[in-house]
Design a binder for this molecule. Structure first.
Ligand code: NDP
Length: 324
């Protein structure tokens, strides 16, 4: 495994990490979750990502049960939660958002579900237009000072709001966000590469990037239709199917254009797409998702490809995606 610092912090995360979205408590039950976490930890993965909203708390509960069962030493892994969407189907106004009340209560609930004494990473899952940023920064600072959270961050906040959070933290001597959690993959680059560019140097922010395969699209599995057991066929995720596949043939064309490069390198499309994310030094960790053990095993092997992605291969990849 390769380890990278989370921005300018001293925390070293595995370059490949593992998250629970859609899968835990939905496609994946306790036995499979145990297998997946055991495999990941065995291969050096030290960061497991979760959120209050993933299957309304069930994903955290399942991860907590399995972590307790596997008895990994607590200092051998990091676990996260994210606050904003709530953990019930129709949250009351106090059960969602980034108010001091919900940030603190959601943290306590996540600690219980995950069965840990502190969250290594805690994210504001989205910006909250109904809460002053200063209130959220102060609530996060409180949790850090109480030892319930080690590093706090944002997810998909506009760069402007992140600047504001840092300004407030600096002026009030509060803990500032250490990391962002944005989507980043071959088909979605703008925010990480352009919008956030000033943040890395100004504040030393790290990134824990999500959907390296664009929900599986970049594995090529949707090139000839939607397999019945795949994420985009899951009932209740029609919105995701529309968001990933509802662009006519444009995105599929780009995936197909990458196929010859993967074939030439003797690798899978998924491994190519995952290793490509790590070419960006601002990526602290690539968060993998997997519903099956074989997928996770294959994706973890993407690290072996990294040394072969030199500048000329990277340029071919870029051109294929631009032209495809
Ligand atoms: P990916 O884009 O890598 O999608 C993962 C899914 O793709 C798997 O569940 C599986 O779905 C399919 N897949 C994975 N590997 C392969 C393979 N080798 N061959 C074929 N299919 C494969 O990542 P996620 O979208 O899951 O994102 C990773 C993590 O990031 C999440 O678990 C979550 O923790 C976090 N996240 C954070 C968000 C945020 O807003 N902060 C938003 C989204 C995710 P299947 O088998 O079902 O088809």
């Amino acid at each position: 495994m390769l380890y990278r610092r989370l921005g300018a912090s001293g925390l070293q995360l595995s370059a490949l990490s593992f998250g629970a979205w859609v899968t835990f408590g939905w496609q994946v039950g306790r036995g499979e979750a145990r297998d997946l976490l055991a495999l990941a930890h065995d291969r050096g993965v030290n960061f497991f990502d979760n959120a209050e909203t993933y299957n309304n708390g069930v994903a955290e509960q399942l991860m907590g049960d399995v972590l307790a069962d596997l008895r990994f030493p607590r200092d051998s892994y990091c676990v996260s939660s994210k606050v904003f969407f709530g953990a019930v189907e129709q949250p009351l106004p106090t059960q969602r958002g980034l108010s001091r009340k919900h940030v603190i209560e959601a943290c306590h609930q996540a600690l219980q579900r995950l069965r840990v004494d502190y969250l290594d990473l805690y994210f504001c899952h989205r910006p909250d237009p109904d809460t002053p940023i200063a209130e959220t920064v102060a609530a996060m600072d409180t949790l850090v000072r109480q030892g319930k959270v080690l590093y706090w961050g944002t997810s998909e906040w506009p760069a402007e709001a992140i600047h504001e959070a840092h300004r407030i933290a600096r002026e009030n001597h509060l803990y500032a966000p250490t990391m962002e959690q944005p989507q980043y993959n071959l088909l979605h680059r703008e925010r990480v590469e352009v919008e956030y560019a000033p943040l890395y140097e100004a504040y030393g922010m790290g990134t824990t990037i999500w959907s390296p395969l664009a929900s599986g699209l970049l594995s090529g599995k949707y090139n000839d239709g939607v397999p019945a057991d795949s994420r985009l066929a899951q009932p209740g995720y029609e919105w995701l199917r529309e968001s990933v596949l509802g662009h006519g043939d444009e995105r599929l064309g780009k995936v197909r254009a990458l196929q010859p490069i993967a074939a030439e390198l003797g690798t899978s499309l998924a491994q190519l797409a995952i290793a490509w994310c790590l070419l960006n030094p601002q990526v602290s960790t690539v968060m993998l998702g997997a519903s099956k053990r074989e997928q996770l095993a294959q994706n973890l092997d993407a690290l072996e490809l990294l040394p072969r992605l030199d500048a000329s291969v990277a340029q071919r990849i870029r051109r294929a995606v631009e032209a495809g």
